[in-house]
Design a protein. Sequence first.
Length: 242
Amino acid sequence: MVILHGFLGMGDNWKSLAMSMAQEGYQVHLVDQRNHGRSFHHAAFNYAILTQDLKAYLDEQELERIVLLGHSMGGKTAMNFATEYPDAVTHLAVADIGPKEYPPHHQAILRALNHLEQSAPNSRKQADALLSEYITEPGIRQFLLKNLYWKAPEQLGLRINLSALTDNADQIGAALAPNATFSGPTLFLKGAKSAYILPEDTPGITRHFPQARVVEIARAGHWLHAENPNDFLTEFLAFIRA
């Protein structure tokens, strides 16, 4: 089982759910995509490249057939990978993102992170205060602050490659190629309080993924796996066991 995090996240965001999946007998791989977490930094960043990164990881780990789960940006990578390497994917699960194009909408967050990085904070409290100048929601700030690490004594830095992600922000919402399809078992999990997947998106989803089902996770928004992990895990496990 391979899990791909979302934009500005990291595999560690999925640690609790991954442990629950491992307890069910699955070997779980939490992959930090390029320019995120502890993975390498590179100026090039788009879904074609992220797909090849995942293929290289599977080859290195000698994984031939996987259950693939991706959230948001990771869901886009997962969709692209499954349509390009269908024989490598037994089940595809996509969390709160669709194959359609999404307009850029991370500008405020990227401005906040660039402000933080340029200010070189020396404490998490100071970093939070810097982010709060742009972002009012404490939950989003705490999610972003997970990227902090000590780059020097008394100086915090960001693990993400912020310059590359800022330069390529328009790539995050890119649509799946019009002729891309995956005919294997596919599950789209959407947050009940999220607008990333709408009822009118269903025809586009099933055009790319003929076996797709869309399941709503109650009491959850875009970070559905963190907001309602029990229902998320129940639906996901039922899908891969069917």
